[in-house]
Design a protein around this ligand. Sequence first.
Ligand SMILES: Nc1ncnc2c1ncn2[C@@H]1O[C@H](COP(=O)(O)OP(=O)(O)OP(=O)(O)O)[C@@H](O)[C@H]1O
Ligand SMILES: [Mg+2]
Length: 303
Amino acid sequence: MDIITDTKLDLPLVRKGKVRDTYQLDNNLLMVASDRLSAFDVVFKEGIPHKGAVLNSLSIFWFKLTSDIVKNHFITNAIPAVLPAFLEKRSMIVSRAEPVQLECVVRGYITGSAWKEYEKTGKVCGIELPKGLKNGSELPHPIFTPSTKAQKGHDENITEDAARKIVGADTYDFIRKKSLEIYGFGKSHARKSGLVLADTKLEFGSILDATGHKQTILIDEILTPDSSRYWLRDEYEKGNTVSLDKQFVRDYLEKTGWNKSPPPPTLPADVIENTSKRYLQAYKMLTGKELLTNETTTPTAQI
Ligand SMILES: Nc1ncnc2c1ncn2[C@@H]1O[C@H](COP(=O)(O)OP(=O)(O)OP(=O)(O)O)[C@@H](O)[C@H]1O
Ligand SMILES: [Mg+2]
């Protein structure tokens, strides 16, 4: 499978995100997951082999499993034959929605930006947490910690009241409830697969249903290693955090002393390969299937 860091299809381009290129396809959207990697909101020059296919295939896996919790935008992964073959595995056709302007983050464990906030204030998004938590501790129960959807720059954690004002009370209550349910489902499936789902970010959007009523559905991606933190469960139980997600790259970048502003540094080949293996391993553990059935891969066990 080629590494794809950019696409130029003969279709109207709706947007180029950090990772996905989205095109208009009839009345729907064609979402193409590239192999681009972003860390600290900066997109790197190098692609990560198979990353787009993992994100796309894993999202489809979860969209199908969770559709009775909440409706989602997935329509099909059968891409019209007139479109280029490289789109296969990395693309899906989805319903176009009006994105709800909130990043819906659920955390069952405290780490990342929430850990930094807790260290300073004892709270996360205005929620008081027990004293004495460590980086990586499991929380007494999962918490919903919304953040802004910044057009530019970094998303910021906000309080429940602020989030309610942005999206309205009804939408807020709905997306909070559904986010917690999806996280709970994902956490328990991940656990059975040998993983800890530490946290995740979901996006919702509104569509008009057949009767013209506004409906809020899940959009974007779901429970992927880009939108979530996955840790190996047996290592976690021994007190080690081994991440099958972007954290490996973030940790490498922290060590280089890079100031997290563009231009991004060049990623060494071993960091690229190791990241690719981690994404493929997350896919395999969660779905019980190899993503690459017709290709020879190096074993994923040693990371
Ligand atoms: N069904 C949908 N309808 C409309 N927009 C969608 C839908 N699903 C996802 N999107 C939007 O498409 C974009 C997906 O691209 P990608 O994940 O690369 O973006 P991102 O870099 O994470 O987001 P951004 O650039 O907005 O910060 C996101 O902005 C997301 O909100
Ligand atoms: Mg995104």
